[in-house]
Design a protein around this ligand. Structure first.
Ligand SMILES: Cc1ncc(C[n+]2csc(CCOP(=O)(O)OP(=O)(O)O)c2C)c(N)n1
Ligand SMILES: [Mg+2]
Length: 285
């Protein structure tokens, strides 16, 4: 039985994961900062509360599944998995190195615990549909699939093919999460390719849609857990997040989509995150 954490404990884990993301990216000298930092609260909620898994038995046949469709955000998944006990935190510093298990985009066959390979955007929801159909055929009804997608990512047409298929087959063991951070590679989503009215688009495709603050761990846990009780439709969680969350000079700025911090910037970011960690501790002692 997994130990349940309090919200301040989870917030502390999230801020530690954010520090690891900064260290990894600075060490690698390349990679994506904004998305991973914005998604940290969602990954903390998933791996430290919502999901059923055993880090020592990554292929346990009763585990829940996490699919990262926006593969460029994988530093947050690596850092969270290391904190959850899948592998030693020291390995995080091998991000993007030749021969490393931690490639710049997730490679399922390299690292036990990864459930999909991604990088080319738009594939995760189709991967989720295939797995959901297989689970139904196998009468594997107590497992769940969480698939994380980017908002810019859903410009890809095949996302909407999968959306229709999930509706057709009423794939009610999928909870999809869109990282609604309003940025993509070269600008604001509403400038590059307007997505609104996002809620009504997904509703029109037959999904049950829930809007949440994706940087509020408690609301993420409640929503992702509760989504398992919605059986008549697949669930789409539109998670409103702040890109670059926790690092003041990165927040809301699309230029951090695909850039790592340099040494000086990493130092400044780590200082800010450590101060935040101290503040969380101070408030709850
Ligand atoms: C099929 C495909 N086209 C283009 C890219 C290049 N690309 C990588 S990330 C990205 C932007 C995605 O936006 P979003 O999902 O919102 O990510 P965020 O900037 O929020 O991290 C693009 C166009 C890609 N990886 N795959
Ligand atoms: Mg985005």
């Amino acid at each position: 039985m997994k130990q349940k954490h309090t919200i301040p404990e989870l917030e502390t884990i999230a801020v530690q994961i954010r520090q690891d993301i900064i260290r990894m990216l600075e060490h690698a000298g390349s990679g994506h900062s904004a998305g991973p930092l914005g998604l940290t609260d969602i990954f903390t909620a998933l791996y430290f509360d919502v999901l059923k898994y055993d880090p020592k038995k990554p292929d346990w046949n009763q585990r829940d599944i996490v699919l990262l469709s926006n593969g460029h955000c994988v530093p947050v998944q690596y850092a969270t998995m290391a904190h959850a006990g899948y592998f030693d935190k020291k390995e995080l510093m091998t991000l993007r190195k030749f021969g490393s298990r931690l490639q710049g985009h997730p490679e399922r066959t390299k690292l036990p615990g990864l459930e999909n390979t991604s990088g080319p955007l738009g594939c995760g929801l189709s991967q989720a549909c295939g797995m959901a159909l297989a689970m139904r055929m196998n009468q594997d009804l107590h497992r769940w699939i969480y698939v994380v997608m980017g908002d810019g990512e859903i410009n890809e047409g095949n996302v909407w093919e999968a959306a229709m298929l999930a509706n057709k087959y009423k794939l009610n063991n999928i909870t999809a999460i869109i990282d609604r951070n309003n940025i993509q590679i070269d600008g604001q989503t509403e400038d590059v390719m307007p997505l609104e009215d996002l809620r009504h688009k997904w509703e029109a495709f037959g999904w049950h849609v829930i809007d949440i603050d994706g940087n509020n761990i408690e609301s993420v846990i409640d929503t992702l857990t509760m989504s398992r009780a919605i059986v008549e439709k697949p669930v789409m969680v539109i998670a409103h997040t702040i890109p670059g969350k926790g690092v003041d000079f990165m927040e809301y700025d699309f230029h951090w989509h695909g850039a790592p911090p340099n040494k000086k910037q990493a130092k400044e970011a780590l200082h800010e995150l450590r101060t935040l960690q101290g503040k969380i501790r101070g408030e709850h002692e």
